[in-house]
Design a protein around this ligand. Structure first.
Ligand code: AMP
Ligand code: ZN
Length: 321
């Protein structure tokens, strides 16, 4: 008889991977700040954790108050056609998350229930929907801007915020599969994007200094897939397209990227047909704030009890309430 494989073998992350030790993750879970789900990088958050996330979000709004940014909010997903056009699968197929749903009839449902009962693979009747997880908060924004026609002379700045999905299961609590990203996205000329990025490297550093967290800025690259991806990553570095603000969180000698400052040149402008005011291809850039990573950085450096954080830090976060 043709025996289907047990369900554990069908899953991408084996059950064995879920067990494992990470001192910071275990301490955060023991303190109740993160609630484990049994899947790596998928956590619930406590009220205290959310209190900090919300304060950081509000701080970023205050820091960007002069930007006249247009606020756009999307659910943590985008349309499959937009996702396909974004070429994310060219650069990062390993990180993408697509939403699948049951598409059978009653007969197929019986099969699914039988498979579940026997511990067999039940996913045969799950088919891709038109919904794909957003890999970054800025991704759903580009097609919207493209549909608006040519940019005004001063360009545009958009304020975006979303849960984002990346399939990178890890024991490291700073590497989640679902996390929140706040972004300012700049559309305009190369000069406007460069100026925006320099300004935000400065503002981002000031923000982290005010939060009294150790930090450094470094050149970076995205994790492009495969052998071809190594070449793309090298070229990204050679052209100084990505910088990150790093904080030691998970260990003293391994730095974690908490903010990123990206210049895409005309990549998204060409892909989406976004036009500058003179009808040339628009350039784009974005600054991204990882809200979970920043929150974890604060807990790691100032302790798990917010009541004992330095008053100066609390004033920055909650002094405006
Ligand atoms: P990136 O688009 O990779 O530059 O990501 C922007 C920001 O999102 C990073 O600087 C991090 O703060 C945050 N981030 C990226 N990946 C993860 C992850 N797996 N878990 C938590 N935060 C992340
Ligand atoms: Zn972005």
């Amino acid at each position: 008889m043709n025996q289907p494989a047990p369900i554990q073998k069908q899953a991408i992350e084996s059950v064995a991977d879920i067990a494992g030790v990470n001192p910071l993750r275990d301490a955060l879970v023991d303190a109740g700040l993160l609630i484990p789900t049994g899947v790596q990088g998928l956590f619930g958050r406590s009220g205290e954790f959310e209190h900090v996330v919300e304060a950081l979000d509000a701080l970023i709004t205050r820091l960007g108050a002069d930007q006249q940014a247009e606020v756009l909010r999307f659910p943590p997903a985008m349309s499959r056609p937009d996702f396909e056009r974004s070429e994310y699968l060219k650069g990062f197929p390993q990180l993408a998350g697509t939403v699948h749903s049951f598409c059978g009839g009653e007969h197929e449902q019986q099969r699914v229930l039988q498979c579940l009962e026997r511990g067999e693979d039940w996913t045969e009747y799950q088919k891709p929907t038109y919904v794909v997880f957003a890999p970054a908060a800025c991704y759903p924004v580009y097609p919207v801007m493209a549909r608006r026609g040519a940019l005004p002379e001063e360009g545009r700045i958009v304020d975006a915020f979303s849960y984002c999905f990346r399939h990178e299961p890890s024991l490291d609590p700073t590497r989640m599969q679902l996390f929140r990203m706040r972004e300012y996205i700049r559309f305009g000329t190369p000069e406007q994007i460069q100026a925006f990025r320099s300004e935000w490297i400065e503002r981002g550093t000031r923000m982290i200094e005010m939060l009294e967290l150790p930090n450094s800025i470094d050149l970076a690259n995205d994790p492009f897939f495969g052998r071809g991806g190594k070449i793309v990553a090298r070229s990204q570095r050679e052209q100084n397209l990505k910088f990150e603000l790093l904080i030691p969180i998970e260990s003293d000698d391994r730095l974690t990227a908490c903010l990123s400052f990206n210049y895409h040149m005309d990549h998204f402008g060409l892909l989406w047909g976004i036009k500058a005011s003179d009808e040339s291809v628009a350039h784009t850039g974005c600054v991204g704030f990882g809200l979970e990573r920043l929150t974890l950085g604060l807990f790691r450096h100032h302790g798990f009890d917010i009541a004992k954080w330095p008053k100066t830090v609390c004033d920055v976060l909650w002094g405006h309430a």
